[in-house]
Design a protein around this ligand. Structure first.
Ligand SMILES: Cc1ncc(COP(=O)(O)O)c(C=O)c1O
Length: 373
């Protein structure tokens, strides 16, 4: 079945008890055992498994072309579950501009874990080859990256790391399964903050890890989910899965809008630089074109001047909402460095935009009045 059809049908079924077409939300924490002590319908206790979670996991596994998926209570709970599976003395490679939350997990949650991390430019293949060590167990990729929209060559890294004992994980949150399927590019596992495009409406926090084949880090993440207890609620799973119904249509509309906005910003005298992989002069443009079906709804721009000028542009926005996060139906604008805090590596004049599904002419008009007061 094609992607759009799986987005609506995978993991779903008509409720056998009532015939309900929209899935009921199964709030029950516990499930009846048969007289023989078995669980005839396959559910025993909601932390271990729940019908809404199972439906979401089956659907996401199908959309990513994976064997299995695990749904978590947030995107960072996925990162935590994966890192928790490492052993003291293990080495991790991660992008130098990785989503700042991953650095926080490694530094603040796993400070005493004995895991060593090297941050490097994942677009530099020779650098990645040189940085791999005999004890490298995890190679973390993020493409497109947050907030610089760097593009990593997934197949090249996947092929390189396959020859080692390390597992590759791609954070594909910015692309969503609509635009990019890392498992097709020899990546072992893919993760999403389902808070973003998958939920898609800015009303649910969640995460997911999808694997192509059995591996020990996935099995350990399963334990972190079921026994560590970082599970999403049934309602959270229901909301995320409801979002998936329209995912392909939303993401394509967001990508089309973002392309036009990136072109508009690139021509604007108040803008120094635009980071958007759909622009021909983006260093990752041709790789993005080969591994993504469109360029996504996220872009960043450097405002001429500095922090104050960038803040002023965001302050004048009327339609764009000044807020963090991304992937929802409404457009958001954010001064990224100030949310990331004093250790940020993000330029002070950078504004990150999550483009929504509004009419693009209204969005451009809003930027126009904000850039030229
Ligand atoms: C690329 C990326 N990965 C992971 C996360 C973390 O996800 P969550 O906020 O759901 O924990 C985010 C959140 O912004 C993100 O942008």
């Amino acid at each position: 079945m094609k992607f759009e059809t799986r987005a609506v049908h995978a993991g779903r079924h008509i409720d056998p008890g009532t015939g309900a077409v929209a899935a009921p939300i199964h709030l029950s924490t516990t499930f009846e055992r048969g007289a023989d002590g078995e669980y005839p319908l396959g559910f025993s206790y909601s932390r271990e498994d729940n019908p809404n979670r199972r439906a979401l996991e089956q659907c996401l596994a199908s959309l990513e072309g994976g064997k299995e998926a695990l749904a978590f209570s947030s995107g960072l709970a996925v990162v935590t579950a994966v890192v928790q599976g490492l052993e003291p003395g293990d080495h991790v490679l991660a992008p130098d501009d990785v989503y700042w939350g991953l650095r926080k997990v490694i530094v603040e949650v796993f400070a005493k874990s004995g895991v060593e991390t090297t941050y490097l430019d994942m677009t530099d293949l020779d650098g990645v080859r040189a940085a791999l060590r005999p004890n490298t167990r995890l190679v973390w990729i993020e493409s497109p990256s947050n907030p610089l929209l760097k593009i990593t060559n997934l197949s090249a890294i996947g092929d390189l790391v396959r020859k080692t004992q390390a597992v590759t994980v791609c954070d594909s949150t910015f692309a969503s399964p609509v635009l990019q399927q890392p498992l097709e590019h020899n990546i072992d596992m893919v993760m999403h903050s389902t808070t973003k495009y998958i939920g898609g409406h800015g009303d649910v926090v969640g995460g997911a890890l999808i694997t192509k084949f059995d591996n020990y880090l996935f099995e350990r993440a399963r334990k972190a989910q079921k026994y560590g207890g970082s599970v999403p609620s049934p309602f959270d799973c229901w909301l995320a899965l409801r979002g998936v119904d329209t995912l392909p249509y939303r993401v394509r509309a967001q990508s089309e809008n973002a392309c036009l906005i990136a072109e508009y910003l690139q021509r604007h005298p108040a803008i120094e630089k635009v980071f958007y992989p759909g622009l021909a002069d983006h260093p990752g443009h041709s790789i993005a074109a080969s591994q993504m079906s469109a360029f996504g709804g996220m872009l960043s721009a450097l405002v001429r001047g500095g922090r104050d000028e960038a803040m002023a542009v965001a302050a004048r926005a009327k339609l764009f909402i000044r807020a963090t996060s991304l992937g929802g139906t409404h457009s958001l604008i954010e001064h990224r460095a100030s949310i990331e805090g004093p250790q940020t590596r993000t330029p002070q004049n950078l504004l990150r935009m999550s483009i929504g599904i509004e009419n693009v002419e209204d969005l451009i008009a809003d930027l126009e009045q904000g850039l030229l007061p």
